[in-house]
Structure formats: C-alpha cells, structure tokens
Design a protein around this ligand. Structure first.
Ligand SMILES: N[C@@H](Cc1ccc(O)cc1)C(=O)O
Length: 429
C-alpha cells in the first residue's frame, strides 16, 4: 500500500486518532487532538523540532516514521530546524556552522522520509532563526521569562540541555523558547522523544500564564543504543550508526552490538527491529509489517510483529547469530537510497564537509630542527624534547593532518568531533 492509500484509509476519527498515537509512549492532553479531529473543519497542526547539532543517525528513523503517520492521518506537519537552540545549548553548534548544519539536516531528513516512501508535499520545514529574532517573539520571550522561575527553567531542560557545573543563561532560555515555539508556529501539538517531557510540561503550565493556549504533546519512546546500557547517539560512536555509513562499518558495528541471547530488555538490536525495521517494512509490503530471519540449519522465520519475535528470542529459538545478520541486511537495504542520494549529490557532500569540519589538530609539533649547534637561538634541551623526532605527521592549516599515520589520526579526530557535537543530540531517537 502506498502512502496515499494509507492516508485515504485514515478517514474516520477513530482511524486518524489511532494513526496519530500509534507506537507512542505517552500523549499529554489528548483531548485537544480529539476536539480538532471531531470538529473536522481544518487539519491538525503538529510540529517536531530538532536542534541542528551532530550528524543525524539511524535513530532518526523513529521520529520520521511517526511523521509519516501524521501525514497519513491528514495532519499539517512542520519540521523545525532549531538552529538557535543548537547554539544556545552550550554552543553545541558554533554560530558560524549553524547555517550549514541546517542545510545538512534538511538534506538528511528529506532523504530519510523518501527512504520510507513518504510524500513530503504537505510537510513544511521552518528554520528557528527565521522567526525567533522577531520583535514579537523577543517580547513574548521576555514576558514568559517573568512567569517561569530559574529553578523550573533549569529543571525543564535537564534531560535535553547539556548539564555543566556553571550553566550559562542560554540553557535556561532554551526551554522557554521551545515552549514559545508552539505559539509562534501556530500548532495544536508538539511531537518529540520522551526526553522532552519536562519541557513539554513546562509549556503546558507556562503558556496559559501569558495568555496563550496549552497544546497537546505526543511522545515517542527512545530506543537503546547498540552498546550495553547506552542510548543511541551517546558519545560512544559504536552505539549508533550514521545515516551515511559505509556498508562495512554498518556490518562491523552490528557484529559488535550488545545482543545477549535470551535477553530482550535493553537489547538495542531487537529494539531497532521493533521501532524501525518492522514499521518501515509496512511501506514496502502493502501495509503489512514483515521481517524475515534466515537461519542456517532451519527454515527462514517470518515475523509480522515484535511480540512473536520477543517470545522466540526469549526461548532462544531466535538466536543473536541469526538475528544480527538479518538486521544488518535489512538496515543496509533501507540505508541504500540514502547513500546513493548522498553520493549523487555534489551539494550534500559539499555541505557535509563544510558543516562538520575536522577540529583543529592538536598543537603542531615542530619538525626536528637540523642541529645548528648549541649557539643557535632556541636550541637546548626543551627544543630537542618538543620535537621528539616524531615529525612524520604534520597539521595542515585547515586542521587536517598529513603524512605517515595521518589517516588513522584524521579518522580518530573526526570520530572525536562527532562525539563532541553529538553529546547533546541524545534522545532524538
Ligand atoms: N529540544 C529539541 C529541539 C527543539 C528545539 C526547539 C523546539 O521548539 C523544539 C525542539 C532537541 O532535543 O533536539
């Protein structure tokens, strides 16, 4: 079934409501949604915001599949590329890179939605800085700041904004602006991961204090990362898979993934099937979820829901040795159009290198000076020690390193950059 058939099916109130709330963990003020659907004189308006910090990863499939549901239920959907928030959150995106990251996010999100066959005609992208610097927005922000205590603002942001010892003012402004966005984007509901819950309740409580209506909030669950005990997108690069990741890296990461036999809780591989691969398969198989697991010495297992898979996994009739390769192949299949689009787009590749440049290399080591004798200025034990005879890797002005061993260094440095910038993109999944 194509997306449009899917949309036509969701024509009754009950069908729309069940599509809007499918696979969510929690919905606050559901009656707001019901009222608008019952009146039926205009579409429900929903937005999802993402701070444009680190590179989007495979966990982004989860909100994208939900956005697909909203569109199929006839909603008007806005994706907010929250560039100002990316900067307010402890400068996770430096101001000079923020614009490029917005472009990068937009390209990734569009490709992600296309990979799950979503018709994006009724989807609107808005960039935060387009309206958040307006006098009206600023006036509303200041008014809101008179109605929220520093304590409440700081508590609201605690699962989202990077927590540091001496928090900058911007980390308190962040949740206030997220609340205000609901009014300025003129929506009925905000959608996000359950990690946004405290900001959502702040919005429910504080907007009416300054004369704005409260909105409904729809929350999707967060999926565990691929490593033990972590969330996808935490600082461990092995815990998540980039959208544009070479096939061999995808294979390696899944091989290393935490997937103990007979353990369902906190099993990132199984969760990925539950929240991404099974729901995404619907859009390829005429609306029916399907996941196949070929097994070496037995017939292929075909699943249409996670319940049966979990039961088999607990009983060990579905083993990690069969599950992992099946997940790897299914993931490579949904990533394939993204990789292809990336490789074919000069714009996308160019934006990627400019939006995520490698950080400046650690201080340049001096090349070993020729021994010019002890009377040469600067000569002495210190200089000798500093050069240390290891000048085979040289930092270039753009922060790149060249020379023997440079490949490993560039990879390591790039990995670090991703870790840094992604610390705050936790919980997007
Ligand atoms: N807090 C969201 C980003 C966001 C910013 C502003 C909003 O209005 C909505 C969402 C995140 O963690 O990425």
């Amino acid at each position: 079934m194509s997306r449009s058939t899917h949309a036509q099916l969701a024509s009754t109130l009950a069908e729309k409501l069940s599509l809007i709330t499918a696979n969510t963990q929690e919905v606050l003020n559901r009656e707001i949604i019901e009222e608008i659907l019952t009146k039926n004189d205009r579409p429900l308006r929903v937005y999802w915001g993402t701070a444009t910090t680190g590179k989007p990863h495979c966990g982004y499939f989860v909100p994208m599949l939900k956005i697909a549901d909203f569109l199929a239920a006839g909603c008007e959907v806005i994706i907010l590329l929250a560039d100002v928030h990316a900067y307010l959150d402890n400068l996770k995106a430096p101001i000079e890179l923020v614009g490029l990251r917005v472009q990068y996010y937009r390209l990734c999100i569009t490709a992600l939605l296309q990979a799950v066959n979503v018709d994006i005609a009724r989807l609107k992208f808005v960039t935060g800085s387009e309206y958040q610097y307006s006098p009206k927005y600023m006036r509303d922000l200041l008014t809101l700041s008179t109605q929220v205590s520093v304590h409440d603002a700081s508590k609201a942001g605690s699962d989202v904004v990077k927590q540091v010892e001496s928090p900058p003012m911007s980390s308190h402004i962040y949740p206030l602006m997220q609340a205000l966005d609901e009014e300025h984007l003129d929506v009925d509901a905000q959608f996000g991961g359950v990690d946004q819950r405290k900001i959502f309740t702040l919005a429910v409580e504080s907007l009416p204090r300054i004369g704005f209506r409260k909105r409904a909030h729809i929350m999707n669950p967060l999926i565990p990362g691929l490593q033990e005990g972590g969330k996808m997108s935490s600082s461990d690069p092995d815990s998540k898979i980039d959208l544009i990741e070479p096939a061999e890296v995808v294979r390696k990461k899944l091989k290393k993934a935490f997937c103990p036999p007979k353990q369902v809780e906190g099993n990132g591989v199984l969760s990925f099937v539950e929240h991404v691969l099974l729901p995404a398969s619907k859009f390829k198989n005429g609306g029916v979820a399907k996941f196949s697991v070929p097994r070496r010495d037995a017939e292929t297992k075909e699943y249409s829901d996670i319940k049966q898979m979990k039961e088999d996994y607990l009983a060990d009739t579905l083993s990690p040795q069969s599950l992992k390769p099946a997940v790897t192949e299914a993931l490579l299949e949904i990533l394939e159009p993204l990789r292809k689009a990336f490789e074919e787009s000069d714009e996308w590749r160019d934006v990627e290198t400019r939006a995520y440049p490698p950080p400046p290399a650690p201080e340049k080591k001096k090349k070993k000076e020729k021994n010019l004798g002890s009377r040469f200025p600067g000569a002495g034990a210190g200089a000798e020690k500093e050069s240390n005879g290891k000048a085979d890797v040289v930092a270039q002005p753009d922060g790149h390193v060249e020379g023997k061993g440079a490949h490993e260094l560039n990879v390591a440095v790039k990995g670090l950059a991703v870790q840094d910038s992604e610390e705050g993109s936790k919980g997007k999944a």
